[in-house]
Write a protein that binds this ligand. Structure first.
Ligand code: E4P
Length: 219
């Protein structure tokens, strides 16, 4: 399983990269705004900075919602750095644009995926990644992990090459469940990735080992 960090915060991206486990970055307009990055020019410059920090794929989301607009914005974003992936919403014009990008060899991440049907049509259009939003599905009392499982089963049966990028991951358990359910990638904030490290028995065990060492080796 690969790990992407879901943020526009450069410090967090650097910290995750320095852990040695970072495979890419996802952003969206809300995450840009949360980091105080507003205005097309600033957002563009910010993407360039992110792309310099990481070698892996960096999802840059289009704002346009019509096919012509998505294509021209996406082609421009893709020209900013070789590791940009154009993030396109799951709408009719988005699917048309994904088919176009696919024919031109431009990588795409189809975002706002909430059903297996949407995952099928995005894969048919040639999306490189789809982003099912696990946490937001849970928020409406449906089962986000069951959605990942269903998509993974369909993609395996149909031999679709589109990768499942589990998004809207809210806790470390979601990462574990997404891995088990067949997601290729999980994208999550840094604190969620760090949550994977934690176990009270590890902390207690280490404390005891160090205390016992100190007993036999007084300072
Ligand atoms: C990433 O691609 C998504 O935009 C993001 O994971 C959404 O997460 P949220 O539901 O916590 O906003």
């Amino acid at each position: 399983m690969r790990f992407f960090i879901d943020t526009a915060d450069l410090d967090q991206i650097e910290e995750a990269r320095d852990l040695g486990i970072l495979d890419g970055v996802t952003t969206n307009p809300s995450l840009m705004a949360k980091s105080g990055i507003t205005g097309a020019k600033n957002i563009e410059e910010h993407y360039k900075k992110i792309c310099q920090l990481v070698d892996g794929d960096v999802s840059a989301e289009v704002i346009a919602t019509d096919v012509k607009g998505i294509i021209s914005e996406g082609e421009y974003l893709a020209s900013l750095a070789p590791n940009i992936v154009v993030k396109v919403p799951m709408i009719k014009d988005g699917i048309k644009a994904i088919s176009y990008f696919s024919s031109k060899g431009i990588k795409t991440n189809c975002t706002l995926v909430f059903s297996a049907g949407q995952a099928i049509i995005a894969a048919k259009a040639g999306a490189s990644y789809i982003s099912p939003f696990v946490g937001r599905v849970d928020d409406i009392n449906w089962d986000g992990i069951a959605l990942i499982e269903e998509i993974a089963e369909i993609y395996a049966i149909q031999m679709f090459e589109t990768e499942i990028l589990a998004a809207s991951i809210r806790n470390a358990r979601h990462i574990v469940q997404s891995a088990k359910a067949g997601a290729d990638i999980a994208t999550c904030p840094l604190h969620t990735i760090m949550g994977l490290l934690k176990h009270p028995l590890t902390e207690n065990g280490l404390e005891k080992f160090l205390a016992d060492y100190r007993k036999g080796n007084p300072a």
